[in-house]
Design a protein around this ligand. Structure first.
Ligand SMILES: [Zn+2]
Length: 261
């Protein structure tokens, strides 16, 4: 499986999934994840001679779904999305554990329910890759708009349990800002400082800082590190009370970042 980013709006990424095997006589089938804007996707389809095969949506926010209608005018393809959200155009509502098998192009994904950012948010996992929308970001996580902190914590724990080599395809370029907060939350964590240096160089070169790997996130993302003593202590200082449960630590760290955004 190959994955190509398309930049949209100020800081969104629309991910294009294809199987990397191109027979030049046929247009290559692609699956598009979270097309908030149709225009850059259509430009890329035309430039590469691609054929749209399916649309995958992680949640209902407009910057992830706004291009669906226009893409459907171009090709009438199936649209997969969360069963627990109302999204115009979705033909295949999905729940936890369901599988998407595009056998002829050898792409196989499974659905994880990851509520928190929105009530019905889902992620797509397969081929050592996670398309996680606005649940997990490089160095951060989505704001909790509709769910509760404990739901979001459980969703991130589900992601934390995936293999370390999993590539994290999140939907926004927020990495540097996120690492700025990560450094405040864990000033002694060298991995955060070194990652910030790496990402700063990438961004100066105009390159995306994503995908990352889950392993990198486990070392540097405070929202996956609620069991780490330094973070527990600093979150306790912020909330002015001792914290014992990892879910409490997560909730405080999320509120702490919200207070600085
Ligand atoms: Zn969102």
């Amino acid at each position: 499986m190959n994955v190509t980013p398309i930049a949209a709006f100020d800081d969104n990424y629309i991910w294009i999934i294809h199987n990397g095997r191109h027979n030049s006589s046929d247009p290559q089938d692609i699956i598009v994840v979270d097309p908030g804007d149709a225009e850059p996707v259509i430009r890329a389809i035309e430039a590469n001679g691609w054929q749209l095969r399916a649309i995958l949506l992680t949640h209902h926010h407009y910057d992830h779904t706004g291009g669906v209608e226009e893409l459907l005018q171009l090709s009438d393809v199936p649209v997969y999305g969360p069963a627990h959200e109302k999204i115009k155009g979705v033909t295949h509502p999905l729940n936890e554990g369901e599988r998407l098998d595009f056998d002829d192009i050898d792409i196989h994904l499974q659905v994880l329910d990851t509520p928190g950012h929105t009530r019905g948010h889902i992620c797509y996992y397969g081929h050592d890759s996670l398309f996680c929308g606005d649940t997990l970001f490089a160095g951060g996580c989505g704001r909790i708009f509709e769910g509760t902190p404990s739901q979001m914590y459980a969703s991130l724990e589900k992601i934390r349990a995936l293999p370390k080599e999993t590539q994290i395809y999140c939907a926004h370029e927020y990495t540097l800002q996120n690492l700025g907060f990560a450094h405040i939350a864990e000033p002694d964590n060298r991995e955060i400082i070194e990652r910030t240096e790496r990402v700063t160089i990438l961004r100066k070169e105009g390159k995306p800082s994503v995908p990352s790997t889950l392993e990198e996130e486990l070392l540097t993302n405070p929202f996956l590190r609620s069991h780490q003593p330094e973070l527990i202590q600093n979150a306790g200082t912020f909330s002015a009370q001792p914290l014992t449960q990892p879910a409490e630590v997560f909730a405080v760290v999320r509120a702490w970042k919200d207070s600085l955004d």
